[in-house]
Design a protein around this ligand. Structure first.
Ligand code: ZN
Length: 367
């Protein structure tokens, strides 16, 4: 049977009260979205797997996996619609990234029933008494609907051609008169919603590996510009020739952090031909990267910075620079070194300053 898989992972994770977004909780070394995609692909040979991602994160998803990544919309339904544009198989299995521990048995059940319905849906019966608007109702008539749901692609596409918002696919298909097949779901397919929920059985804890990255940058001097290093203004007759404020130290730190996370380099995030970064305050760029690391599950262990400058004399600024980077990265373990180039080459000839940085990061432990 030709089935495509859609994993909805573009949500904002607002109910999950943790700095780390839930789709970025780490299972060993993998973010949750990748774990879920790999797990489901182990259960069934899907024709194609499409993952919807938050606009700011599509780049990372593409760097970290070979799955087809589609930029999500502002709602679950919008994201699903965008994903479906890429699908031509007869059937589509749609799931939410938060349903991390869906079982193989569930998938098998769906496939068995697929031909008989327009949408096959897992549900859980209700064992507790149910009161609806002050009236006790027959709990046997109540179903708790789960995902994944297996739908006929054409029918699901048709069902979503509306501005009406549905919280799942079966509701949309039912709305246009489609035939819904209810199969018994599984407690294990519980959704990760609140902090603490991530301690589900199928999820292994994050690995304790330390990741190292290095960064290098050099900028030449130019007159009539302030010199800024590590976010600290340095008294000097010149600043740095650059598209941004030219804070060569912060640029190298950013590259070290991105390198450690496997997130590419500074030019991919803040292109120097992009007018929005003209004269940009590099402190803001570093804050953006620190936030990106935090929301995707990392914490910084330490950063070591070596500034290579023949002039100006930097030792009086080292303490202030350290404080500045501590504040920007929320990491205490910052070390700033300043050295000369023994009067050799462009740096020695007082034409430029270069900076080499190293950063270590690790996965944040959820408490
Ligand atoms: Zn630079």
């Amino acid at each position: 049977m030709d089935i495509s898989l859609v994993i909805l992972s573009a949500g904002n994770s607002t109910r999950f009260k943790s700095v780390t977004k839930k789709q970025w909780i780490r299972v060993k070394n993998d973010p949750l979205w990748k774990f879920v995609a790999d797990r489901l692909n182990n259960f069934y040979n899907f024709k194609e797997t499409i993952i919807t991602a938050n606009k700011n994160e599509t780049k990372l998803y593409k760097l970290l996996s070979d799955y087809k990544i589609v930029e999500g919309g502002t709602s679950r339904q919008e994201s699903l619609k965008k994903a479906l544009e890429n699908i031509n198989t007869k059937y589509v299995l749609v799931t939410d990234v938060a349903r991390a521990c869906v079982t193989k048995k569930m998938i098998k059940k769906f496939i068995k029933e697929a031909k008989n319905f327009d949408c096959v849906v897992p549900y859980l019966p209700v064992v507790d008494t149910v009161i609806y608007k002050n009236h006790t109702i027959d709990r046997n008539e109540v179903k708790l609907i789960q995902t994944p749901q297996l739908s006929k692609t054409k029918i699901l596409k048709k069902a979503l051609k509306t501005n009406q918002q549905f919280t799942d696919d079966s509701s949309a298909i039912k709305n246009i008169g489609g035939k819904i097949g209810y199969v018994l779901g599984d407690e294990k397919a519980k959704k990760i919603t609140f902090k603490g929920d991530e301690k589900l059985k199928c999820l292994k804890p994050a690995s304790k590996l330390i990741f190292t990255g290095n960064g290098y940058d050099i900028h030449q001097f130019t007159q009539n510009k302030k010199m800024v290093l590590c976010g600290v203004e340095i008294e000097s007759n010149f600043g740095f020739l650059a598209h941004s404020d030219g804070d060569v130290a912060i640029h190298s730190i950013i590259d070290a952090l991105l390198g450690a996370a496997g997130y590419g380099d500074i030019g991919e995030f803040f292109p120097d031909n992009d007018p929005s970064f003209k004269n940009a305050d590099s402190k803001k760029l570093l804050k953006y990267v620190v936030n990106l690391l935090e929301t995707t599950g990392y914490e910084i262990v330490n950063i070591d910075v070596t500034i290579i400058a023949q002039t100006p004399k930097l030792s009086p600024y080292k303490k202030e620079m350290k404080k500045s980077i501590q504040n920007l990265t929320k990491c205490k373990n910052i070390n700033i070194k300043a050295t000369t180039n023994e009067k050799l080459d462009s740096i020695g000839e007082k034409k430029a300053i270069a900076v080499i940085s190293n950063a270590n990061i690790k996965f944040k432990e959820e408490k």
